[in-house]
Design a protein around this ligand. Structure first.
Ligand code: SF4
Ligand code: SF4
Length: 79
């Protein structure tokens, strides 16, 4: 179950700094997770100061789709 970011994200960058596989991408209004890259380690969920990240089983389907779609077009946060 990959992690999913919602619109509580303030783009602080903490998640991208702790993700072991560089799964975060930076979009206009928030970060998103590439579900094909995330290895479900869960580290980002506890590190996010906004509580903006959860696993996809707990996320609104709207955000699951948004993360998957936007990760394809937004630049990688670790590039
Ligand atoms: S840690 Fe949370 S608030 Fe900060 S950029 Fe990542 S998802 Fe957004
Ligand atoms: S759960 Fe782990 S691998 Fe997935 S985005 Fe968060 S830190 Fe990266």
């Amino acid at each position: 179950m990959p992690s999913v970011v919602n619109d509580s994200c303030i783009k602080c960058g903490t998640c991208a700094s702790v993700c072991p596989v560089s799964a975060f991408h930076v979009c206009d209004t928030q970060m998103v997770v590439d579900p094909d890259t995330c290895i479900d380690c869960g580290v980002c969920i506890s590190e996010c100061p906004q509580g903006a990240i959860c696993n996809d089983a707990e996320a609104d389907e709207k955000w699951v789709k948004f993360n998957a779609e936007q990760a394809k077009v937004c630049p990688n946060a670790n590039d």
